[in-house]
Design a protein around this ligand. Structure first.
Ligand SMILES: [Zn+2]
Ligand SMILES: [Zn+2]
Length: 279
C-alpha cells in the first residue's frame, strides 16, 4: 500500500501543516518551507519547529516530503543563479533536517539554451555540492514535463545525472505522472504503464524511485505541458493510475497529489478515488 497524501499549506506556521494532514487522515504529506516563488525563506521559528515535531509524534503520518522552492535551477550555467541555488538548497536542506523531513524534491530545471549535456554537467555539480553538505534529508530529482530547454524529461538524462554524481546512493527520484506523460511516456493503461516503468528501470532503476507525484494531465501525451488535472479527469485516466498503484515493484511509497482544489473536487475526493483504484 502506498502512503497517500497531498500538498499541505504552511499558512499560520510550519506546524499547522501537520494539523491539516491529520484532518484529512493521510499517511504522508508535502510542504514548501516558505513561498515557492522567493529565493530566500524566513527560517521557521524554533517554537514552530518544536510544535511541528510534537504534532508529528502524535500523528500516524509516516512520511513528510519537502518540495524545494521553484526559483533554484540546478541546470543553470549562470554564476549568479548557481550561487543563489546553492544558498536556497543549503537553507532548505538545513531546515528539512531540523524538521526531520524524509525527502527534498528538486526540479532539475532548464539549461536555457546551453544544451542538455552542459545542463546535465551543471546538475551533477550542484548535486555534488548538496551531497557534500551531509544533510540527513534525501535529495530527489523530479521528472520534468519537457518544456523548451528543460533537463530531466527523458529518463536517460536522469540516469546520467545520478551515474555521474560523487555518491549515487544519495540521490533518488520523484516520479510525477503528469510530467512523465507530458514528456511522452504513456501511462494510460496497464500495458503502457508497465512499458514506461521498464524504460525507467533500464535507465534509472526502480530502486531509485522514492516518491510518486500523482497528478492527471490537462495536456495530451507528449504535450510537454505541466498542467495538473484531477485524478481520472485528464488524459491519463483512471486505468493508468490503477495500473501504476498496483505495480508490485513499487510498494509503500509516499504518493502525493498536487491536483487542483476547486468546485469540481478537493483533495479528499482525489485521495478517495486513488484509494479505490489501489484496492
Ligand atoms: Zn510534482
Ligand atoms: Zn507539475
Amino acid at each position: 500500500m502506498h502512503k497517500l497524501g497531498f500538498h499541505a499549506s504552511i499558512t499560520g506556521g510550519i506546524h499547522k501543516s501537520v494539523d491539516r494532514a491529520n484532518q484529512l487522515s493521510v499517511d504522508a504529506f508535502q510542504i514548501f518551507l516558505g513561498s515557492p516563488r522567493s529565493w530566500e525563506h524566513k527560517d521557521p521559528e524554533a517554537d514552530f519547529i518544536n510544535k511541528f515535531r510534537e504534532n508529528m509524534k502524535t500523528s500516524s503520518i509516516d512520511n513528510v516530503v519537502c518540495h524545494l522552492s521553484y526559483l533554484p535551477n540546478p541546470s543553470s550555467s549562470d554564476d549568479l543563479i548557481i550561487s543563489q541555488t546553492k544558498n536556497a538548497l543549503t537553507q532548505q536542506m538545513d531546515n528539512s533536517d531540523k524538521l526531520d523531513i524524509d525527502y527534498l524534491v528538486i526540479h532539475i530545471g532548464s539549461h536555457r539554451g546551453k544544451g542538455v549535456d552542459k545542463g546535465i554537467n551543471n546538475v551533477v555539480s550542484m548535486m555534488d555540492f548538496a551531497i557534500s553538505k551531509s544533510s540527513k534529508v534525501k535529495l530527489l530529482l523530479e521528472t520534468s514535463a519537457g518544456s523548451k530547454n528543460s533537463v530531466g524529461s527523458k529518463f536517460d538524462e536522469i540516469g546520467r545525472i545520478i551515474d555521474n554524481v560523487s555518491d549515487p546512493s544519495k540521490i533518488g527520484v520523484c516520479f510525477d505522472t503528469c510530467h512523465v506523460f507530458a514528456a511522452g511516456y504513456d501511462l494510460r493503461n496497464e500495458e503502457e504503464v508497465h512499458k514506461t516503468l521498464s524504460v525507467f528501470d533500464d535507465y534509472v532503476g526502480l530502486d531509485k524511485l522514492k516518491v510518486l507525484h500523482l497528478n492527471d494531465s490537462k495536456g495530451p501525451l507528449g504535450s510537454a505541458r505541466d498542467r495538473h488535472e484531477h485524478i481520472g479527469l485528464g488524459h491519463i485516466g483512471e486505468d493508468g493510475f490503477a495500473a501504476l498503484l498496483k505495480y508490485k515493484r513499487l510498494n509503500n511509497l509516499p504518493a502525493i497529489i498536487e491536483t487542483p482544489v476547486n468546485e469540481i473536487r478537493g483533495n479528499r475526493e482525489n485521495l478517495d478515488l486513488l484509494l479505490k483504484l489501489m484496492n
